[in-house]
Unconditional design. Structure first.
Length: 420
């Protein structure tokens, strides 16, 4: 008769994985039918223990994973000053020691060998993923302005100077052009867009006296349309392990009031809570066959509102914010760049200034008004490039590539001191 295997305590040092996570997998395995035939019992309980325990169970010979009536215990317990997961049946007990990243098995030799085979399959070095991101803000700001400025000057009985006109915001006046050529050069050089102007001959009452001459008439028409372009907000990068989430936050920490209390002497104390307002990017990569990656991407963009909410006391309830969120799952090849867009914010404003009565005349009233329409469409684009890192050679290649990129930026004039 073959001797029955003896119970013992076995320690397996986990080299690449996390011992607590492995014990968690084994605990689910104990409750899911076992390794051998027959299956384990389904009755289970969760308890807290203060030590490894002294009861080893009373199972018979052979492997205890596929026979006999069993129970399952999953608990969090202390080994030293750290906590670990415990998985057990009536005949075997498995726990983890986080301090040494080891799995401790109490059971027969055959139990140990079967559990060790499972641990060897789980204890592998996982690949890493280097994620580069570029956060761009495409501001399609269209500014259209149209306006006319008029002025007239005349003498009355050769002893008095009369003048009048329209001076509206947005369109400069030409009154000082005739008296000072330097002013004319400066004024005309500052104009933008399409402008047409007319300046009449000077009207001077007292020759070269204290009253400067003014043009007999002036007219300036100006029309302007402008469009802005792309702004790079941030270019963060991060490394994460396969199937582990990585988070990038580019934000300002803003205080928000959460309440108030009345202290000693009736003094009201405001309590605040600080929260990030900006861009939060969470990426979970999963490496698949053929150097492809499954990316779960969660993008959240928050910003402060330009105008407060009507009827809301900002000092009491805090600043209002807006949030734009995009949650997507994509498949991308190693080193390929994907673009996430569509996080659009629209703003539009119209400013009209006009001369009373005259500015209301159809068609002719355009000579006595200034109108500006501003449309702003902000589109946030996020470019993401994942790269698989299998070994130190891949890491070194990425490092050298980034060094070459930084040197190229320096050669183009970035971070260079200005000449004296």
């Amino acid at each position: 008769k073959t001797d029955e295997p003896q119970e013992g305590i076995y320690v397996i040092r986990v080299l690449n994985a996390d011992a607590e996570q492995i014990v968690g997998v084994l605990s689910a395995l104990f409750g899911g039918g076992g390794i051998g035939g027959g299956g384990l019992g389904t009755a289970q309980r969760v308890q807290r223990t203060s030590g490894i325990g002294s009861g080893f169970g009373t199972g018979g010979g052979g492997s205890t994973f596929g026979q006999g009536q069993t129970r399952q215990t999953i608990s969090r317990q202390g080994i030293g000053r750290t906590a670990s997961i415990v998985a057990s049946t009536d005949n075997v007990r498995v726990t983890a020691d986080p301090a040494t990243n080891s799995v401790i098995i109490i059971g027969s030799r055959r139990d140990y060998e079967e559990i060790k085979d499972v641990i060897d399959e789980l204890d592998i070095r996982r690949k890493q993923v280097f994620v580069e991101a570029a956060i761009l803000e495409v501001s399609l700001e269209k500014l259209r302005s149209f306006g006319t400025n008029l002025s007239i000057g005349f003498t009355v009985n050769d002893s008095a100077l009369g003048f009048g006109g329209t001076i509206l915001p947005g369109v400069p006046s030409l009154l000082g052009v005739a008296a000072n050529p330097d002013v004319a050069a400066s004024l005309l050089g500052s104009l933008s867009g399409l402008f047409l102007g007319v300046v009449g001959e000077e009207v001077d009452v007292d020759g070269s006296g204290p009253i400067p001459p003014i043009p007999s008439f002036t007219a300036l028409f100006q029309a302007l349309t402008s469009i802005t372009d792309v702004t790079v907000l941030s270019t963060p990068s991060i490394i994460t392990t396969d199937n582990e989430p990585a988070e990038i936050i580019v934000a300002d920490v803003i205080p928000f009031p959460t309440g108030s209390t009345i202290g000693d002497g009736g003094v009201t104390v405001q309590t605040i809570e600080r929260e990030p307002v900006g861009i939060r990017l969470t990426i979970t990569p999963q490496i698949s066959e053929g150097d492809y990656l499954n990316l779960n991407i969660l993008t959240e963009v928050s910003a402060l509102r330009d105008t407060p909410v009507a009827g809301l006391n900002t000092a009491e309830f805090g600043i209002a914010t807006t949030t734009r969120t995009a949650d997507s799952s994509v498949v991308v090849k190693n080193g390929q760049t994907i673009v996430i867009g569509g996080l659009v914010q629209d703003r539009e404003s119209v400013i009209t200034s006009r001369v009373p009565i005259l500015g209301s005349i159809p068609i002719l009233g355009n000579l006595f008004k200034f109108k500006q329409r501003q449309s702003q469409k902000i589109n946030l684009l996020i470019l993401i490039t994942p790269r698989i890192i299998e070994n130190e050679v891949d890491m070194q290649r990425i490092l050298e590539e980034r060094q070459r990129r930084n040197m190229l930026l320096q050669e183009r004039g970035f971070n260079r001191e200005e000449p004296n």
